[in-house]
Design a protein around this ligand. Structure first.
Ligand code: TNX
Length: 530
């Protein structure tokens, strides 16, 4: 009784004054009903109590600067079976979208302000990127059925609220190793759609490795003619054409996601050594030939057993051709040059030259942390995976520390077909969520799925989801970490992931049931490019 009275007092208090940095669901039913389960958690959120029932007739009013965001909202409302009218103007509808450059200092490039009142919905930002993120928050307030175009049984009502939101980090990333097992344009675009829902903005494609070469290089056609046909045992092979790579990036950019292509060098390069034998030293001293010998392809799991012949000047012509072609078709500012798991007296010189080539092509180089032992420039970005490297320069960092971000590791201890070399017990949601970095150089976080043991799309989904949602949360939200509170919010996302046909891992941390509806691979924005 005492407890109930207390809850009523607290609830009325929150309803009256709103709550900033809100508290989320408890087992109390009433409170759950009014709880906002947006992920990543918005920076500030005030709930006013009550709901705004969406009328039959909706008008989306947008100012001229917001014109490119209007179709995204239109599509969302269509998915909710509300057929909105579109109107260019200021505050002329029950949905108002505005880009207001003067909000830049308050919100940054990616922030937004969302107001839901009895008059309707207003979304403001300094940019269309911010509006896109605001629309994703609105999307999460809508019934999950809209993702798969199902009929919505009830009238939609949105909670009256005020949100002011902006991300903590600029790098909110995901990585697919498409080299060991090939996953092509269709899966990649699906992944992009899913990332966008959670405001992730960097997709790193690990395009080359010992088991496969996945990007067409016109001046070196044998890379894909030979390396495109190989993969790890039982996995798909293949490659993406330059045209497809461009289409993927355009699809991603429309969703505010930048693609980062990686050519892993000077190790992890066996397919290139098979395709172009002149990259090898005399007598193949650059390869541990007990593992494999050209022209034999490689489909096992060892790492660190081959490299370019670093004493041959010709390898730099090769590197220049590849990076030059790649730079021309890459829309983002970065090229990832790998640099992991290799030892050679000329290793550092190689990294320095490779970085110079990246720069000549107008891009910024990223490498796995070992690369930063070399004399790299101050613009080089280090992707950390074990945190054991002392870099020679004070440079920016992407955190992919394996004990929190290597999603080829089990969701739980002993999961089949997972690695555990970095963390024996697997990488749990909590391991992801608990990662904190105080380093001022950290740009953000990125979680890779290596695919030596991940050979199907269903397995890949299982490794990414729901852990990728925890990456999104810690990359965006600045709030105090509260794991049980995060889990409560995340729990409610099961139906949306289901509706999107994601073969997520039914995490015991969440009490989720396995998704049996993976056939309906859909979402509000599938294939959508305004
Ligand atoms: C480490 S650390 C790798 C990958 C493997 C992965 C397997 C690093 C940059 N590379 O080559 O696929 O472990 O867990």
């Amino acid at each position: 009784m005492k407890h109930t009275l207390f809850s009523i007092v607290i609830l009325s208090f929150l309803t009256l004054v709103g709550c900033s940095g809100y508290k989320s669901s408890t087992s109390n039913k009433e409170q759950t009903a009014s709880t906002i389960n947006i992920i990543p958690q918005p920076k500030t959120l005030n709930l006013f109590g009550g709901k705004y029932k969406l009328p039959k007739i909706n008008t989306i009013c947008y100012n001229s600067e917001a014109a490119s965001s209007a179709p995204w909202l239109q599509r969302l409302l269509e998915a909710a079976k509300l057929q909105p009218k579109m109107e260019n103007g200021a505050n002329c509808g029950n949905w108002n979208l505005s880009v207001l450059p003067e909000l830049l200092s308050q919100l940054g490039e990616e922030g937004y302000i969302l107001d839901i009142t009895s008059q309707g919905i207003s979304l403001k930002s300094a940019s269309n990127t911010g509006l896109f993120y605001g629309i994703q928050s609105i999307r999460q307030l809508m019934p999950s059925e809209i993702e798969s175009n199902q009929r919505i049984s009830k009238k939609i009502a949105l909670p009256k609220l005020h949100i002011e939101d902006a991300p903590k980090y600029s790098w909110r990333g995901s990585m697919i190793d498409v080299a060991r097992s090939f996953f092509g344009k269709e899966y990649i675009m699906k992944h992009i759609d899913r990332m966008a829902l959670y405001k992730l903005n960097r997709l790193h494609l690990h395009l080359t490795d010992d088991q496969g070469w996945r990007i067409e290089i016109k001046s070196k056609p044998k890379l894909t003619e030979i390396g495109g046909k190989s993969a790890v045992v039982n996995a798909q092979s293949g490659f993406i054409t330059q045209q497809e790579f461009i289409e993927i990036q355009e699809y991603a950019l429309a969703r505010n996601i930048i693609v980062i292509p990686e050519i892993d060098m000077p190790g992890h390069i066996y397919t290139a050594l098979v395709a172009y034998p002149e990259l090898n030293c005399e007598e193949l001293t650059n390869i541990n030939t007990e593992v494999a010998t050209p022209p034999q392809l490689y489909s096992e799991y060892q790492v660190g057993w081959n490299k370019l012949c670093l004493e041959k000047p010709e390898i730099y012509d090769f590197v220049s051709e590849i990076l030059g072609e790649l730079a021309k078709i890459t829309k983002g500012p970065w090229l990832h040059i790998g640099g992991d798991e290799i030892e050679d007296p000329l290793y550092e010189e190689f990294i320095e030259k490779a970085e110079a080539i990246v720069k000549q092509n107008g891009k910024v180089a990223i490498g796995w942390e070992e690369a930063t032992k070399a004399n790299i420039s101050s613009s080089f970005i280090s992707q950390r995976w074990n945190g054991e490297t002392t870099s020679t320069a004070n440079i920016k960092i992407i955190e992919s520390i394996c004990s929190s971000f290597y999603f080829d590791h089990g969701n739980v201890i002993g999961q089949e077909n997972t690695n555990n070399w970095c963390k024996k017990t697997g990488v749990s949601l909590k391991d992801v969520y608990s990662f904190v970095s105080e380093d001022a150089n950290v740009l953000g976080f990125e979680a890779p799925v290596w695919t030596e043991l991940v050979t199907t799309e269903a397995m890949l989904d299982n490794r990414f989801w729901p852990r990728t949602i925890a990456v999104a949360e810690i990359s965006w939200s600045d709030s105090k970490r509260d794991f049980p509170e995060f889990l409560n919010r995340l729990k409610t996302h099961e139906s949306r992931l289901k509706s999107m046909g994601i073969n997520y891992f039914a995490s015991p941390e969440l009490d989720w049931k396995e998704n049996k509806e993976v056939y309906s691979q859909n979402n509000v924005y599938k294939g959508f490019t305004p």
